[in-house]
Design a protein around this ligand. Structure first.
Ligand SMILES: Nc1ncnc2c1ncn2[C@@H]1O[C@H](COP(=O)(O)OP(=O)(O)OP(=O)(O)O)[C@@H](O)[C@H]1O
Length: 317
């Protein structure tokens, strides 16, 4: 369990992380989303005690990272993907790490199996592809069997098979009751992996909600209708909360009614429907919309109450 309270990091004039309050709960994958430079890595570094908050606090299992009795067992982390520059084999790299933390050889074999590096474990890790390097990084994070897992952009640079593998692994971990916190700048990827989502833009909290709610909010309520007698149908659908637009003689865009309601109207009038499609706004669009607003806010908001504007937990700003 990770708990951030008013977490803030300034680098000189630059506010990288701005008053973030959120929880990362056990038993689920929590996605941490934000465009490049939003403050995700800085937040993760503060969780891991690699950066000191300017104000506010963040704890893992109730303790700041520096006070954890067994940090590697509490939290395993994979920060930004980078090549492993070592002449050691993957096996020896993990063995050395295990030895300094009193972890058994058997566990090293277990994590090598878990991440699928058996065939290359004796090869020089410095020559690994990005995907294999990621697997080795994840093996290191898993070594002490941590209850919380933190991964910064783990799918960056991976092929579809690697992406799928990480997705399944993270879900498995969460299903075992661990807290999994994973950052990404890709909403579509997170939609497939995370059950809960925390969105930040320019260091500020934009959304903190179940992924399903975010998807529901992102879906527009426009229904595309194609019917030879579109004009007659449009007249029948008219109502105070209904908007009907038409760009072709057989085409309607209807908002304010569900596809089912439109279908029932058409049936009552004996009008044939050739198409009835609820429109889904893409999640990526919703995400860009959300973070674009934040950027606009920063560009235009002078003299407004920043504390007010930041109180967005539970909803999209
Ligand atoms: N050590 C530092 N000194 C000065 N500014 C920094 C430092 N570290 C980060 N920043 C700035 O803080 C902001 C947040 O950076 P951070 O790396 O946390 O974002 P991010 O969301 O992880 O983005 P990315 O996906 O590009 O890594 C950026 O504007 C960055 O330039």
């Amino acid at each position: 369990m990770i708990e951030a309270r008013g977490l803030t990091k300034r680098y000189g004039e630059k506010v990288a992380v701005d008053d973030l309050t959120f929880d990362v709960k056990p038993g689920m994958v929590t996605g941490f989303l934000g465009p490049n430079g939003a403050g995700k890595s800085t937040t993760m570094r503060m969780i891991l005690g690699l950066d000191t908050p300017t104000s506010g606090s963040v704890t893992v299992d109730g303790q700041p990272y520096s006070r954890l009795a067994k940090p590697m067992q509490a939290v395993g982390a994979l920060l930004e993907a980078r090549a492993v520059h070592t002449s050691r084999s993957a096996y020896n790299h993990l063995r050395a790490l295990a030895a300094t933390h009193g972890i058994s050889r058997t566990r090293v074999d277990d994590v090598i199996d878990m991440v699928g590096l058996q065939d290359v474990a004796r090869k020089r890790a410095g020559g690994f592809s990005l995907g294999m390097g990621q697997r080795l990084g994840i093996a290191s994070a898993l070594l002490a069997d941590p209850t919380t897992l933190i991964l910064d952009e783990p799918v960056n640079g991976l092929d579809p098979e690697g992406i799928r593998w990480i997705r399944d692994l993270l879900r498995q971990f969460a299903a075992q009751g661990r807290a999994v916190f994973v950052s990404s700048h890709l909403m579509s990827e997170m939609a497939l992996t995370a059950e809960h989502v925390i969105v930040i833009g320019r260091g500020r909290l934009m959304a903190d909600m179940p992924m399903a709610d975010l998807i529901a909010q992102a879906s527009s309520n426009v229904v595309t209708v194609r019917a030879p007698q579109a004009a007659a149908l449009a007249a029948a659908l008219a109502g105070p909360d209904v908007t009907v637009t038409s760009s072709a003689s057989d085409l309607l865009e209807v908002s304010g009614l569900t596809a089912a309601q439109i279908g029932e109207h058409a049936r009552a009038l004996d009008i044939a429907l050739h198409e009835l499609t609820p429109q889904q706004a893409s999640l990526e669009e919703a995400f860009m919309e959300m973070t674009r607003d934040q950027i606009d806010y920063h560009a235009h908001a002078t003299g407004r109450d920043h504390a007010d504007a930041g109180d967005n937990s539970g909803s999209i700003a």
